[in-house]
Design a protein around this ligand. Structure first.
Ligand code: SAH
Length: 350
């Protein structure tokens, strides 16, 4: 049945289509265009997981859809719930057997979900578990959407924020990322506001510039992790291609064009980038920028030897930045007890 369709991906993926594309697809298979609205609402408002849930469509139409399109639905193969803070980590299986992670987090201001943009990643950051197996493939827009929809359905909770900070480099899957944003913010669909979306990048400069020109109201987070080009290239191979100053300039221009303040992500790694001198240097680099710095004690990854700084070192680092009037928070770690670090759960099953 539709199983073979979804595995082969030889048919157009119905839940990656916007309204116009869906209308064109339906007229193409001889259906009336008004059906598009109905089916679109089933997919993106009611978050159906099967054509057979679409009970106001005739059985004949449902069969026709199964024969002519691919409907991507993710299957949770493992769900871990943190006893500490209620964080839930989902290991989802894609139609081709690949697996990705999605993390659901509860905050005072609402529920947040951290989604993956690729199966694997080719950026090679030294401290990151997702880099270990390299890139397998890009996720489709529907596979990104499904992480939100399935997690809402499974948890029974409404999600108010989406962060594209899971496995993969979103700007290395740029077209699908844009389509995902278009679909999830569609008023006829899930209707999430652009301001509720954060996209995190390791710093692919031409893509940051293209994204700035779209003038979206999403938040851009830049994975900085070092106060100098010299140190950054030791941790992040992407820095060989795009110099730190070039990346920061692109971020400044992003802010100028969109009015959206940049978030700088900085993983504190013991003995690598956590000294007072590093903080001083970082302060100089970011001084005067309208930005926010997120300090994240590095999540120890089994295959890597990186360690977290102790609390005093992290606090001293934060203080130093604050002295330079930089807006900074030390990010509370969520779900430490459930393979917290990005990519660790998936890695177990590779
Ligand atoms: N590729 C994108 C988004 C995915 S990674 C990016 O680089 O931004 C999401 C964030 O987690 C990035 O800031 C990344 O550098 C960080 N990260 C990866 N592994 C980590 C670890 N072991 N500890 C702390 N942060 C980590």
């Amino acid at each position: 049945m539709e199983k073979s369709n979804s595995t082969l991906q030889a048919f157009p993926e119905i839940n990656s289509m916007n309204s116009q594309e869906l209308t064109a697809f339906l007229t193409g298979i001889g259906e009336k265009p008004f059906r598009a609205k109905q089916i679109y609402a089933w997919l993106h408002q009611r978050q159906a997981a099967d054509f057979d849930e679409m009970t106001d469509l005739s059985k004949a139409l449902r069969s026709r859809l199964k024969e002519t399109s691919c409907f991507t639905v993710l299957k949770p193969v493992q769900i871990q719930t943190s006893k500490q803070d209620g964080t839930k980590k989902y290991l989802y299986q894609l139609a081709d057997g690949n697996r990705i992670e999605t993390v659901f987090m509860k905050y005072k201001h609402g529920n947040s979900v951290c989604i993956s943009s690729q199966a694997g990643c080719r950026m090679g950051c030294r401290f990151c578990a997702s880099a270990i197996g390299g890139l397998v493939r890009n996720l489709t827009p529907a596979e990104m959407l499904e992480q939100v929809y399935r997690t809402e359905q499974e948890s029974g909770e409404r999600i108010s924020n989406v962060v594209v900070m899971g496995i993969g480099e979103p700007l290395d899957n740029y077209e699908n990322l844009l389509k995902f944003i278009e679909l999830i913010t569609d008023e006829q669909g899930r209707n999430l506001s652009q301001r509720s979306i954060t996209v995190s990048t390791c710093g692919i400069v031409p893509r940051i510039r293209e994204l700035a020109d779209k003038k979206l109201q999403i938040t851009l987070a830049l994975s900085l992790h070092a106060p100098s080009q010299e140190k950054r290239r030791m941790l992040m191979p992407v820095a060989e291609k795009y110099d730190l100053m070039e990346v920061l300039k692109a971020c400044d221009d992003y802010f100028a064009k969109t009015g959206r303040r940049i978030t700088y992500e900085y993983s504190l790694i013991r003995g690598e980038n956590d000294s007072v001198k590093d903080a001083q240097q970082l302060g100089m680099l970011l001084k005067g920028k309208n930005c926010h710095v997120n300090l994240i004690p590095v999540n120890p990854v089994k295959e890597r030897s990186f360690k977290q700084p102790d609390e005093e070192t992290a606090a001293a680092f934060k203080n130093k930045l604050e002295k330079n009037r930089i807006n900074v928070t030390i990010r509370r770690e969520m779900g430490r007890d459930i393979d917290g670090a990005c990519g660790q759960l998936r890695k177990k099953y590779l």
